[in-house]
Design a protein around this ligand. Structure first.
Ligand SMILES: [Zn+2]
Length: 102
């Protein structure tokens, strides 16, 4: 089975940082939108076995590489937060509410 290792890595990053990304909505659809958008801008790294994701992940222990992934993730999170397409968000969207900084 072929897996894009970046999918797992970005998903983990999103999980770790979602509380710090000032998201206007954290439903699964919005999180998936952020994941897809981020992955579209990143070169995929395929592995033949999910256990091998850690080898790709090891390359991102380099701080500079990790920072550029996080910057990309933050940009995509902002875009999805500004243009939410999910039902939850369009129903309850309040343009005057401040971003949640917690
Ligand atoms: Zn949403």
């Amino acid at each position: 089975m072929v897996t894009n290792a970046m999918e797992r890595i970005i998903n983990d990053l999103l999980d770790e940082y979602k509380n710090r990304l000032s998201l206007t909505c954290t439903c699964n659809e919005c999180l998936d939108d952020i994941l897809a958008l981020t992955l579209n801008g990143i070169k995929p790294r395929y592995v033949t076995n999910p256990d091998k994701v850690m080898y790709v992940k090891a390359e991102y222990f380099d701080k500079q590489q990790m920072t550029s992934l996080l910057v990309r993730l933050a940009e995509c999170a902002k875009f999805v937060s500004d243009h939410p397409t999910c039902k939850t968000q369009t129903k309850e969207h309040d343009p005057y509410s401040l971003p949640n900084l917690s």
